[in-house]
Design a protein around this ligand. Structure first.
Ligand SMILES: CC(C)(COP(=O)(O)OP(=O)(O)OC[C@H]1O[C@@H](n2cnc3c(N)ncnc32)[C@H](O)[C@@H]1OP(=O)(O)O)[C@@H](O)C(=O)NCCC(=O)NCCS
Length: 188
């Protein structure tokens, strides 16, 4: 298991550890209502939330509880979103994937690239066997992203989140190590 968070190199993006100097960037994108709508990010999002979050990512890594990466745009050289493996359980070899991306970067295949890098890290370096994700209904973009990276829908937790005066269902997705290997072979 890596003692430090490695930088995972992609084509349009890299995944890397975030630093205090990334707080402004994280704040700029995370404060958008369209990001908090289907995530558990604070709303309103303040600059202090970004600083606190950055410290949390370091503490979680030290405790080996979560591996939280900034999504760095290679051309713009700044953090444009976050992606993570949390609830990491080394007894049962599983973890939960979570992510968000600044709105101006949606629809360019960036989340797909980031998620593939994350899965590769989770299955190969952390040697996990199962990575799952929970999506609030109706977050179509996130469901589609998971399906396009080889996740399978496993079930629905009905009325699991109270959001803006409404109960939302949580849709559970997961991908197993063997399924990821197959998926990568087919999409090479
Ligand atoms: C979910 C999210 C990360 C997707 O990011 P993205 O970079 O736009 O996704 P990609 O461009 O990699 O697209 C992946 C797939 O989803 C599809 N997709 C993306 N947005 C979509 C939308 N709004 N409706 C339908 N399909 C969509 C893409 O077409 C692509 O499928 P394809 O390969 O068949 O073309 C982004 O919308 C986001 O940050 N949303 C707010 C935060 C959030 O909801 N996080 C997830 C919580 S579970």
């Amino acid at each position: 298991m890596p003692a430090m968070l490695p930088t995972l190199k992609g084509q349009k993006i890299n995944l890397r550890r975030v630093h205090k100097s990334d707080a402004e960037s994280i704040y700029r994108y995370a404060r958008d209502n369209e990001i908090s709508r289907y995530t558990f990010l604070p709303n309103p999002y303040r600059i202090d939330d970004a600083y606190r979050f950055i410290s949390t990512t370091h503490a979680a890594l030290r405790a080996k509880k979560a591996f939280i990466f900034g999504i760095e745009h290679k051309q713009e050289k700044k953090i444009i979103g976050m992606i993570s493996l949390e609830q990491v359980n080394f007894q049962h070899l599983l973890a939960e994937a979570g992510y968000w991306l600044g709105k101006q970067f949606w629809g360019q295949g960036i989340a797909k690239e980031a998620l593939q890098l994350l899965l590769n890290f989770g299955f190969k370096q952390l040697k996990l066997n199962r990575i799952y994700a929970r999506v609030m209904h109706p977050n179509t973009a996130s469901c589609r992203l998971l399906e396009r990276t080889g996740f399978r829908k496993e079930g629905v937790m009905r009325k699991a989140v109270w959001r803006d005066g409404l109960w939302l269902d949580l849709i559970w997705y997961a991908i197993l190590k063997d399924e990821f290997k197959e998926f990568m072979k087919r999409n090479r």
